[in-house]
Structures are given as C-alpha cells and as structure tokens.
Design a protein around this ligand. Structure first.
Ligand SMILES: Nc1nc2c(ncn2[C@@H]2O[C@H](COP(=O)(O)OP(=O)(O)OP(=O)(O)O)[C@@H](O)[C@H]2O)c(=O)[nH]1
Length: 208
C-alpha cells in the first residue's frame, strides 16, 4: 500500500453555483494567479455527462499546468451527488493527482452548475466559494439558498451586466451581508475586476 500523501493532505477549494454564473470563468482567472504565487495546482471539473469544462481548462491552462493535472469527473447524476452526497469520485481523482505530484499545493474543484442549494461536502472542500451572477437578478442573495448563506465566500459575478438587467449592486451587497456571516465579493470575470480580492481571500483562509 502506498504511504504517500492522500486527499487529506492537500488543501481543496470548491467553486459552486448556478449554471452559467461564471464558475469556469472564475477558475480560469484564479489558476494563473495562484500559479504566479508559485503553487502547484490540480483542477477537477464536475459535469453530469461531459468533459466539456475539463477540456476548456486543458486549453486555457496549456501554459500553466501539465495536462494530467486537469481532470473531468462525470457524476452521471445530479451535481450534488458528486460534491456533497458521495464525493468518492472526486477524492479518488485527488489521490491520483497526489500519486503523480506528491508536492501538490492546492486542488480547485468546479461543481456542475445547479440551483441555489449546491454545497460541498466538508470532506471534499476545505473552503468553497459560491458564484452567482447579477444577470439572474438582484434578488438572489435574499432568497437565502444554502449555497449563498453557507459558502465561505459569496462571489457576485458579471458586475458589468447589472446595469443591463436592472440589477442593483448595492441591494445585492446589503442583502448578502444580511443573510451571510462570511464575506461577499464582486467580480467581472471578463475584465478580471475583483479577482485580486478573491485570490487574497483564498490565500488568507486556505493557504496561510
Ligand atoms: N459579461 C460577462 N460574462 C461573463 C462573466 N463571467 C462569465 N461570463 C460568461 O458567461 C457565460 C457562462 O460562464 P461560465 O464560466 O461558463 O459559467 P459556469 O458557471 O461555469 O457554467 P456551467 O459550467 O455551465 O454551470 C460564458 O459565456 C462566459 O464568458 C462576466 O463577469 N461578465
């Protein structure tokens, strides 16, 4: 039996949130920044039946990560299953990373897009960010979905679209502060605005 590191030995960051909120776009911004800080990173994309996000990451990170540090887990069922009820496929993927890269510093996991109830099993993610989009309306924080309320970090993405859909960022900020104990940050993953703050939160709360 191998006596090397296992999934328990590497910090993990989960990125969850509704379909299309910008989880993939956020990870595409975060990974190069964390690599610049000298970290060896593995990335896991959960999708119900496709490798689409994993393929996107392989292309996006061609200069940043070895190809075998990006994998797609096909949950075959509701996205909650793979990240919350039975995270065994994801834990096995992390163990495989560590067999090849025992000094790995961090694993970033993307959940398949789902409703406001998606949360990560604490055995799988030491910290998770829940990503919502202003384009889906400014009432999402006050609906108090478990993802919004319980995530370590709430990321309110697509700030550039707020004015086009009549979403009020101040209302989202105030409602988020009312329903959450943890922080909320605004991002625009098209331009990279707000990414510094997300990186700083991960560095402070996961890595140091
Ligand atoms: N205008 C704007 N578009 C964004 C932003 N972030 C992401 N997008 C776009 O929104 C769409 C969905 O983004 P993704 O990152 O694929 O969203 P996702 O949450 O990973 O989606 P699923 O994996 O399907 O659940 C893409 O066309 C992105 O280019 C943003 O901040 N502003």
């Amino acid at each position: 039996m191998s006596s090397g590191p296992t999934h328990r030995d590497v910090p993990t960051v989960g990125i969850g949130g509704p379909v299309g909120s910008g989880k993939t776009a956020l990870i595409k911004r975060l990974v190069p920044r964390l690599r610049e800080a000298g970290l060896e990173i593995g990335v896991i994309a959960n999708d119900i039946l496709t490798q689409e996000d994993a393929e996107q990451f392989k292309r996006a990170f061609a200069d940043d990560l070895p190809e075998d540090l990006v994998v797609g887990v096909e949950t075959g069922a509701c996205p909650h299953t793979g990240i919350r009820e039975d995270p065994s496929m994801n834990l096995a993927a992390i163990d495989s990373f560590l067999e090849a890269y025992p000094d790995l510093d961090l694993v970033v996991l993307e959940s398949g897009g789902d409703n406001l109830a998606a949360t990560f099993n604490p055995e799988l993610a030491d910290y998770y960010a829940f990503v919502i989009s202003t384009a889906e309306g400014d009432d999402i924080p006050r609906k108090r979905g478990p993802g919004v309320v319980e995530a370590d970090l709430l990321v309110i993405n697509k700030t550039d679209l707020a004015e086009h859909v009549g979403a009020d960022l101040d209302v989202m900020r105030t409602d988020a502060a009312d329903v959450r104990e943890g922080p909320s940050l605004f991002t625009n993953c098209k331009t990279g605005d707000g990414i510094d703050e997300v990186v700083a939160d991960i560095e402070q709360r996961v890595l140091f």
